[in-house]
Design a protein around this ligand. Structure first.
Ligand code: NAD
Ligand code: ZN
Length: 344
């Protein structure tokens, strides 16, 4: 089959022919209808190949949706042709975290060499995706796979980040979203759907701020050296009840710290390498700082249910498999409007 591969030899991702996967016991083969392009893939591809903890070449893509193409021995709850989304944060399946569906925080996966598709295991930007266990499939129902596939990460990650801060987001409070890309433009919509907070979105690009307003941000600001003062001004000097950093760079985590209010939550989901000092004098009293990773299987089901109500609409740019390298180039240049989705 054809797939988008990262070789780790200094070049970018390229389309190649790889062996056709076949489902073993308990596994499911999915015919991929749509696969999302995430900034985390650029982070993976910036690491020298020999420093990665998994073998190369790697088939990219950790957002996948499609239809069941073949069942491995013993898989009984799915049928060929079923429409599915793939939960990508694969855990060991045996520990307490996995039993709760919180496979994103499985403490054993890394030690067992279990990696998500596209982030160690063969990924979704391919004609077929081998899903290691039938439990990783979630029914897609009548959702359009192209618009729904980003919900498996660009939706699930902000959903998980936002859900844990909801007790802080009361009427009159402000939620700040930094970075209105794939994750952030869904994050703004989730905040509007789930909370009464005023949503302030920041980005370095005017186009992204226009997108933020289109999807429901009450206020938008350029993310520059004046941003912290501007957010303080919008909040009567109080700062934000919750800050979601979907960039995670040194400048944005500093901004997150500067705009957080007393007893606020800062959630850093971006992998930009920023570090935020914690301690008396560094942040307002009561401020929590959390990094979050992806989300739980239950939360994926909830995000898809929310999309069925029309409360969340992902903005997508679509590409053929042959043009997938262009999608990564545009993502690298900050040009993607919403999420890039490959139709293999
Ligand atoms: P994206 O490229 O689609 O969006 C990033 C956005 O941030 C763009 O709109 C860009 O203009 C904006 N931006 C860049 N620098 C900025 C700055 N200084 N201030 C404000 N905005 C700025 O990326 P994405 O796919 O949405 O991913 C966002 C981040 O989240 C990446 O670091 C990615 O690796 C990470 N991520 C983390 C998880 C997780 O589980 N924690 C999951 C998925 C993605
Ligand atoms: Zn991702």
């Amino acid at each position: 089959m054809r797939a988008l591969c990262f070789r780790g030899d200094g070049g970018g991702p390229e389309v190649a022919t790889v062996p056709d996967p076949e489902p073993g016991p308990g596994q499911v083969l999915v015919k991929v209808a749509a696969a999302g392009v995430c900034h985390s893939d650029l982070a993976v591809m910036s690491v020298p190949g020999e420093a990665l903890p998994f073998p190369l070449p790697l088939v990219l893509g950790h957002e996948g949706a499609g239809t069941v193409a073949a069942l491995g021995a013993g898989v009984t709850r799915w049928q060929v042709g079923d429409a599915v989304a793939v939960y990508g944060a694969w855990g060991c399946g045996l520990c307490a975290a996995c039993a709760e569906g919180r496979e994103n925080y499985c403490p054993r996966a890394a030690g067992l060499g279990i990696f998500p598709p596209g982030l160690g295991a063969a990924g979704a930007i391919a004609e077929y995706l081998l899903v290691d266990d039938a439990r990783h499939l979630v029914p897609l129902g009548d959702l359009d796979p192209v618009r729904a596939v980003p919900l498996t990460d660009a939706g699930l990650t902000p959903y998980h980040a936002i859900k844990r801060t909801l007790p802080k987001l009361r009427p009159g409070g402000t939620a700040v979203v930094i970075g209105v890309g794939g994750l952030g433009h869904v994050g703004v919509q989730l905040l509007r759907a789930l909370s009464p907070a005023t949503v302030v979105a920041l980005d370095v690009s005017e186009d992204k701020l226009a997108l933020a307003r289109e999807v429901g941000a009450h206020e938008t600001l350029l993310s520059d050296e004046h941003a912290a003062v501007a957010v303080r001004a919008l909040t009567d000097g109080l700062g934000a009840r919750a800050v979601f950093d979907f960039v995670g760079a040194p400048a944005t985590v500093a901004l997150a710290g500067a705009v957080a209010g007393l007893d606020g939550d800062i959630v850093i989901a971006g992998l930009g390498g920023g570090r935020l000092p914690v301690g008396f004098g560094a942040l307002p009293y009561g401020t929590t700082v959390t990094t979050t990773y992806w989300g739980t299987r239950a939360e994926l089901i909830e995000v898809l249910d929310l999309a069925r109500t029309g409360a969340v609409e992902v903005h997508v740019e679509t590409y053929t498999l042959d043009r997938a390298p262009d999608a990564y180039a545009r993502l690298h240049d900050g040009k993607v409007h919403g999420r890039a989705v490959i139709l293999p």
